[in-house]
Design a protein around this ligand. Structure first.
Ligand SMILES: *[C@@H]1O[C@H](CO)[C@@H](O)[C@H](O)[C@H]1NC(C)=O
Length: 611
């Protein structure tokens, strides 16, 4: 929750910065403009190089006639930023010689660019460059950004091209490659403009800078995730495709800006059995990871993907192997064709341990091969949501490189790694409500409000947090079980409907009843939380029931009001009592306990070895 809010704030600030620097809009117009940017697409000349434009993502209009060999282009599909933007667009087939609008996205520098002849343009090779870009059709934005409209270009910041840049057309000598390997590790991953380019537009001679020896990157802080790549080393992949797979990993590593404050990445290769090639803390920057990937040799055997996922759940994401705890755990599973074992069970277990699974299926089963697939629809069974966000299918190995950008964008979209367990979406919470006569009708309403206010803080669904409630006096009754309501509004309504019972206070019997009637139906991998609210001393013994609850792994919070006995609260509460027992002198002060309980639940959750 906190992280979500922070990220949101950061992006809002970012937008403000962009607008402040460009200084073209008044505050009032701003929100409107951000939602539906109205802009005129700037036209650039054929000789403008991508390195001249500091925006990470932008839309420009190319004039006709950029197919000319005067406008040098370096690379294929991914171009060095020293290339002519429009020339590269023609080379990649996005434009023809009659010009038009294109969408340009900056990506990380590469260690080499291959020249090729395509669409009437010969592009050149270049050993290394600090920054690259990719071009797509302006109208293709929706297809290009599978994670939603938030990834659309921010054309607001594209400033007009100064006429003087035409001078650059005379620079036709091969540029000196940047001498520093480190400079390629800065990993310009596509992201909203403004983070790196404060709307400055063009920086003259930027690409001629030979600055070197930048300090090792700390990593991209907006993509702080712990990543495990499960690569398919089975015999069916073949040598050539295995090399493509390694190239893919390298591209991903380069696009991610790996570092201790950003993403960390490890690789597990599987065949018959899985083995860790290197773990999260073995290599802490993109260059080292890349070098390590190059050394990987193929294992051979079957594609036992399920076994590999289990292995990753049990071994890979341990603290010892570099799991940072505060970063979401992500496993990217690559499968050639289909797995030779089952993945559903292993994946469910992984997800319930807080691992976000992404599935990349390459050359999946064709219609007449489907009969050989052990587990139909395996990818959907492995991921937490079947909306397509978590599974990617790639027609053939040779087009795998197109998946680099979409994948990186998705694994870095930490807000959407919601399938992972968090303190707010992973528990079965049972409320045990004292309905004794001493409470009184009006205070009972306050207690229900308290229960509702606590519940409201959680993400409620049958796969996230579930809520149950019981009321007790001398007797006990189940108000609703965990499986009864699966939306927040249904739960809140059900709480409202709880009727005040009135009677004695048998707290011990109530705890026993909660264990039997509520928590017995808790799911095995969920955290069991009991929140007991009472206003007086119990008529029966609470020691044994409390011990039983603790013994069964039910984390128990005891909230006492007015005449509640502190010594009893301390016994009911999970140890240490100071974190699990709360007392307020009157019902009207109950609201103060809400943030304390939530905070404790989350602190305790985050101190678990894995999240
Ligand atoms: C519940 O939340 C409402 C709205 O924020 C607040 O007015 C009320 O005091 C809270 N009550 C309790 C008992 O937490």
């Amino acid at each position: 929750m906190g992280i979500v809010v922070l990220t949101m704030k950061a992006s809002v600030i970012e937008m403000f910065l962009v607008l402040l620097v460009t200084g073209i809009q008044s505050n009032e117009e701003m929100t409107k403009k951000m939602k539906r940017p109205k802009f005129t697409v700037p036209q650039i000349s054929c000789d403008v190089r991508a390195g001249k434009i500091t925006n990470v993502e932008f839309i420009v209009k190319c004039p006709p006639g950029c197919q000319d060999p005067r406008y040098h282009v370096y690379g294929t599909d991914v171009y060095a930023s020293y290339s002519s933007v429009c020339g590269a667009a023609v080379h990649s087939g996005v434009l023809d010689n009659s010009g038009g609008k294109i969408l340009v996205r900056k990506v990380a520098g590469q260690s080499g660019y291959k020249g090729s002849y395509s669409n009437g343009v010969r592009s050149l090779s270049l050993p290394r460059w600090r920054e690259s870009f990719v071009v797509s059709g302006e109208t293709a934005r929706a297809d290009q950004s599978p994670s939603g409209p938030e990834t659309a270009a921010q054309p607001v910041t594209v400033t007009q091209v100064p006429g003087t840049t035409a001078v650059e057309a005379t620079h036709t000598t091969l540029p000196k490659p940047s001498p520093s390997a480190d400079s390629t590790a800065s990993g310009l991953r596509p992201q909203p403009a403004g983070q790196r380019s404060k709307g400055l537009g063009f920086v003259p001679k930027e690409e001629l800078s030979t600055q070197s020896l930048e300090p090792a990157s700390q990593g991209d802080p907006s993509c702080k995730v712990d990543l495990s790549f499960l690569i398919d080393g089975s015999s069916s992949v073949g040598k050539r495709r295995f090399r493509i797979q390694k190239q893919f990993l390298t591209d991903v590593a380069q696009t991610l800006d790996i570092g201790p404050a950003g993403p960390l990445m490890g690789v597990v290769q599987y065949g018959d059995n899985p083995a860790t090639q290197f773990n999260l803390k073995t290599h802490m920057n993109s260059q080292d990871v890349k070098a390590a990937i190059e050394k990987i040799s193929q294992r051979g055997g079957l594609s036992n993907t399920g076994r590999a996922i289990s292995f990753v759940t049990k071994n890979f994401f341990s603290k010892f192997n570099g799991n940072r705890g505060g970063a979401p755990n992500v496993a990217v599973v690559m499968v050639d064709g289909w797995p030779t074992d089952k993945v559903e069970e292993a994946s469910r277990f992984a997800r319930e341990s807080g691992i976000n699974i992404f599935f990349i299926t390459i050359e999946g089963a064709s219609e007449n091969e489907k009969q050989y697939v052990l587990e139909p629809n395996f990818a959907n069974k492995a991921v937490c949501r079947t909306n397509g966000f978590y599974s990617l299918t790639v027609q053939n190995w040779f087009s795998l490189h197109k998946t680099v950008q979409p994948l990186v964008k998705r694994v870095c979209d930490t807000d959407r790694l919601a399938c992972s367990k968090t303190c707010l979406n992973s528990a079965d919470i049972g409320f045990v409500i004292d309905g004794s006569s001493s409470v009184g009708t009006s205070n009972f309403r306050t207690v229900l409000q308290f229960v509702a206010n606590l519940s409201r803080e959680f993400e409620i669904s049958d796969t996230d947090t579930r809520i149950g409630a019981m009321q007790y006096t001398y007797e006990q009754r189940l108000e609703f079980g965990f499986d009864e309501y699966s939306t927040k509004s249904d739960v809140l309504n059900a709480i409202k409907r709880v009727g005040y019972w009135s009677g004695g206070t048998s707290t011990g019997a109530a705890i026993n009843y909660a264990l039997e009637q509520l928590f017995k139906k808790s799911k095995p991998n969920k955290r069991k939380l009991m929140i007991l609210i009472t206003d007086g001393r119990s008529y029966d013994d609470i020691r044994i029931p409390a011990m039983l609850a603790h013994h069964k792994g039910v984390i128990t919070y005891a909230i006492g009001v007015a005449w509640a006995a502190q010594d009893e609260l301390d016994i009911i509460a999970t140890h240490p009592a100071r974190d699990h027992a709360f007392f307020v002198d009157e019902f009207d002060n109950l609201y103060k306990v809400v943030p304390k309980v939530i905070q404790n639940i989350c602190t305790e959750f985050n101190s678990q070895p894995r999240n």
